[in-house]
Design a protein around this ligand. Sequence first.
Ligand SMILES: [Fe+2]
Length: 330
Amino acid sequence: MVPFLVAGCGTADGDVVNVYSHRHYDTDQALFDRFEEETGVRVRVVSAPADELIARLQREGPASPADLLITVDAGRLHRARELGLLQSIGEEPVYRTVPQRFRDPEGTWVALTRRARILAYAIDRVDPTELSTYEALTDPKWEGRLLVRSSENIYNVSHLASIVAALGEAEAEHWAAGVVQNLARSPQGNDTDQIRDVAAGVGDVALVNTYYVGRLLNAEDEASRALASRVGVFFPNADDRGAHVNISGAGITRHAPNRDNALLLLEFLLGQEAQSAFAEANFEYPVRDGVAWAPTLEGWGEFREDALPLYRLGELNNAAVRIFDRVGWR
Ligand SMILES: [Fe+2]
């Protein structure tokens, strides 16, 4: 007697959930395996940058196999919603488990994890008392000392969008121009490269996401750990709006063929086990309260977060892109 198998074969696909994900972390597969084990629902993942996944969803239309879109930025979820690619989950209990500013007011997406954009500095060349705000990085004392990645990167676009929200477009442009003025080299590489270049002495202060430092500090190879130990983490704007925080998040696609399974997976990813795994294994901050932080995150301590509702990063995306163009932050 195999009643489960018979029941499980009721649909053409079996019991699956199709995930389009821009997350690029090994830890996610372990979580999906755990979900399969727990629920019997198979997770099929298509990995690509969010812009590609969004274009694919548009192309596929109602025939899309995708159930859940996962991005590493609130701005891209906002764009997917604007394009009508997501459906509302505002009535589902899981939507309310996420603090308000970390979810779409229209009910189409929720955050899964948080990450702060911090200043990674050379501990032998920079005294943390010299650091204060993102804005202070335009001071001439930092000339030839700053490291950033390309403006095409969504982390930078959303960060600048948050500065537009805080200070207005003119001040934000002034800031971006001032950063370009102080660069140690032209923008290049990923966040990990910026940290490596701080350690190597190419520059003294880099703008990066917290979890990249966490991963290097806890890397298996000793060289990475040694390198990370030469870099300090500073949370800027502690005395005013707080450090810029972005999210990795998810929304159920408009035509999700396996909506119930997508919802089940969302609930799992926002559950205690997955939330602490995001922190323990990838050094992201949980999005739910009451979840323990990894020791590395504990070590950095509590910090003030910019309280900007994250959908605003999406609304101000285009303004930020135009500013980067105008100031020549390539
Ligand atoms: Fe990343």
